[in-house]
Ligand binder design. Structure first.
Ligand SMILES: [Ca+2]
Ligand SMILES: [Ca+2]
Length: 333
């Protein structure tokens, strides 16, 4: 009989909050027994553990945040190249050499092979720098594909369901000069696109099954122009919980629409595909996740996101209707 138990828990939790307030105000009343305190504390602890369990199990691997200047591979991430100049995941070889404090800014850290190119690197500066005509953003990996495909590889630590959000953006050269980005899953091509200037090209998959040891490769080739890579891989099915309340619902949808076409921190406030902009691709991804998490067809979600101008017209129309109704009411009394 779950309902009475839950009711009792809620009731007990309410009592505990009331008692906690009394403790703060009155410094523990003598009428309160130790046994009652322990019982209520236990109930609160059980409720807290029930709420914390799902998020505690989820792990998110972030290639930028996990980027290491000391080890390669570093956990699930490896930085390397396809040897021989062709796009062949079977030829992957991890970089063995690193160079620190490099470039005019003396802030670049590069993993590379015998030569400086190709490479995978990042600035250690806390602010953006522009070295060699490349836009180096703090915390963002830059793939240098001169001389052959350069790759960031994820090796699945365990068999299970994962979610994936990756974004490639050209950060060097004129529009159209960018390298061709790719994603392979165990040698099978998942995504390819010639990088465009930021916000670039994205790949989002809320529900991908991987076996332990499976390899996802994120790389770029074809030109020497550098490409920024943002990629996170989480365990479990993706969520779209922008307000961190443990649910993916219409409140989160409201957050997405309120940030429509805005620049936001990656993977927050409606950004689903790691490019830091909230747009139609995020709306499509949100619908996908909403269905996965809540089931059904998602018929309670609008089919399309209203354009900001449409929303403003709707608000204006509403105000006019209200004013007209008030005027009509006054004239008919
Ligand atoms: Ca939420
Ligand atoms: Ca986005």
């Amino acid at each position: 009989m779950r309902a009475p138990i839950l009711g009792a828990l809620v009731s007990a939790q309410t009592k505990s909050f009331v008692i906690a307030g009394q403790v703060a105000r009155n410094q523990v009343r003598s009428t309160m027994t130790r046994g009652r305190l322990i019982t209520l504390a236990g109930v609160v602890a059980v409720l807290a553990s029930l709420c914390a369990t799902p998020s505690a199990l989820a792990i998110t691997y972030d290639a930028g945040a996990d980027f290491s200047q000391t080890t390669n591979p570093n956990g699930v991430w490896s930085f390397g190249q396809y040897v021989g100049g062709t796009v062949d995941p079977a030829t992957f070889s991890a970089y063995t050499v690193s160079t620190a404090n490099f470039g005019p800014s003396a802030s670049l850290f590069l993993w590379h092979g015998a030569g400086l190119d190709p490479n995978v690197g990042m600035t250690t500066s806390l602010t953006a720098v522009n070295d060699y005509g490349i836009d180096w953003q703090p915390g963002k990996i830059v793939i240098g594909p001169a001389g052959g495909p350069s790759v960031v590889r994820f090796t699945a630590p365990a068999t299970g369901t994962y979610n994936l959000a990756a974004n490639f953006a050209q950060v060097q050269g004129a529009p159209g000069e960018g390298a061709t980005a790719f994603i392979f899953n165990n040698g099978t091509l998942l995504f390819t696109r010639q990088s465009v200037l930021a916000p670039g090209g994205s790949y989002f998959n809320p529900n991908i099954i991987l076996s332990a040891g499976d390899q996802l490769d994120f790389g770029a080739f074809a030109t020497s122009r550098s490409t920024q890579l943002s990629v996170t891989i989480g365990t479990g099915v993706a969520t779209a919980d922008f307000n961190n309340d443990g649910m993916t619902n219409l409140v989160d949808y409201g957050i997405l629409t309120s940030n429509w076409l805005q620049t936001v921190p990656s993977l927050t406030l409606g950004d689903m595909d790691n490019n830091g902009v909230v747009n139609l691709a995020d709306f499509a991804s949100f619908r996908q996740v909403y269905h996965l998490v809540n089931g059904g067809s998602g018929s309670d979600l609008p089919a399309v996101v209203p354009e900001p101008s449409t929303m403003m017209l709707s608000v204006a129309a509403g105000i006019l209707c209200l004013l007209w109704a008030r005027k009509r009411a006054r004239t008919t009394v």
